[in-house]
Design a protein around this ligand. Structure first.
Ligand code: NDP
Length: 336
């Protein structure tokens, strides 16, 4: 069976990609940037996958050249999922931009040298819908890196643009196929105890630490559908050269709070903080600084391309969120 490299194997999305690949019979290599995390991935697959024996873990850091050639060697497909994902603004934007952009180019160079057939890159809706006026965003849109969109959105936009330029400029004999996925906020069950950025935000929605929601409107999609989209795109020729928004639906945080409250999570906030107050609070609370740009904007995406290309129905945002809540509760991280 074909061998697939998944970068950033410890991550929330990557673990689901690895699990689905192993369960479909693929040989999988995963990269970690700290070899001490090797067992975290292996233990997760021993618990969650039918074929953990087909997984090998290798070391490679997006900030370093070493390891990428060996990681890609022998792989027919590469899912490049790794990238720093943080909501707080870093001290310097390059802390996110360098690993995202330089790391993507390191991975793609190794793919070229090893004659990989296809790469699926995990970009983000943050590369599409940020820093522009409100509209229904589609795959022709790009976030505006000349406006103050925040380091994370900038890192994803620049990394995706770098990937398309790299592939488009390859001489014919070196060309390989690229599909880019642009997921919105990802929810759903975790396959390890590391709760990561997505679920940290979710814990705050559930544990009473946020008394009221910022008026933020974002898309949601389940992690299993995001992983499925990666694996489908890996072999589906019709996705070659496409960017694809991956989103089930958009909701205001307060609407999500009401879904969670309806499922018995009584501490979920259902009221909204006035926009001006959040903007003032963000001056003093660093954690909120990344959010203030999204406040008050109704962000909507056109989902028609994914509906046309993907032949399955997404798990609903509501079901996914409630499942996340149940898991976080069973881990003792929140209480009703
Ligand atoms: P995680 O934080 O769980 O995973 C990020 C992965 O990237 C981790 O494995 C992390 O390794 C790795 N990584 C970070 N920096 C480096 C580095 N310098 N070298 C090597 N590996 C590195 O996030 P997600 O799984 O949620 O996100 C995965 C991808 O999906 C990212 O590209 C993110 O931008 C994108 N995405 C995520 C969305 C979401 O809501 N979760 C939405 C849209 C896009 P380590 O464990 O060592 O930190």
């Amino acid at each position: 069976m074909d061998k697939v490299l998944v970068t950033g194997a410890t991550g929330f999305i990557a673990l689901h990609c690895i699990q689905q690949l192993l369960d479909q019979g693929y040989q999988v290599k995963g990269t970690v940037r700290s070899i001490t995390k090797k067992n975290e991935v292996i233990d997760s697959m021993k618990k969650n996958s039918l074929h953990p024996e087909n997984l090998t873990i290798v070391y490679a850091d997006l900030l370093k050249d070493e390891g990428w050639n060996e990681a890609v060697e022998g792989c027919r497909y590469v899912l490049h999922v790794a990238s720093p994902f943080v909501l707080e603004e870093p001290n310097h934007e390059d802390d996110l931009i360098k690993p995202a952009v330089d790391g993507t180019l390191r991975v793609l160079n190794a793919c070229k040298d090893n004659r990989v057939e296809k790469v699926v890159l995990t970009s983000s809706f943050a590369a599409i819908g940020y820093g522009n006026d409100e509209k229904i965003f589609d795959e022709t849109d790009w976030s505006n890196t000349d406006s103050t969109i925040g380091a994370y959105a900038k890192s994803k936009t620049l990394a995706e643009k770098a990937a398309w330029s790299f592939v488009n400029e390859l001489p014919d004999q070196d060309k390989f196929n690229l599909t880019v996925l642009n997921p919105v906020a990802v929810t759903g069950p975790m396959l390890s105890d590391d709760i990561g950025t997505s679920n940290t935000l979710f814990v705050q929605l559930l544990d009473g630490s946020i008394p009221a929601c910022p008026r933020i409107h974002i898309g949601f999609v389940d992690v299993r559908d995001v992983a499925k989209a990666h694996i489908f795109s890996m072999t589906a020729e019709k996705t070659n050269g496409e960017r694809i928004i991956v989103s089930e639906k958009e909701m205001f945080f307060a609407e999500m709070g009401r879904v969670l409250k309806g499922a018995g999570y009584d501490k979920s906030p259902t009221r909204e903080i006035p926009n001006f107050m959040l903007k003032i609070m963000a001056i003093f609370i660093k954690k909120l600084s990344g959010m203030k740009r999204s406040v008050g904007r109704k962000v909507v995406s056109d989902k028609s391309k994914s509906k046309e290309l993907f032949d399955w129905e997404y798990i609903t945002a509501e079901d996914s969120a409630v499942e996340s809540a149940k898991q976080l509760e069973s881990m003792g991280l929140i209480s009703n």
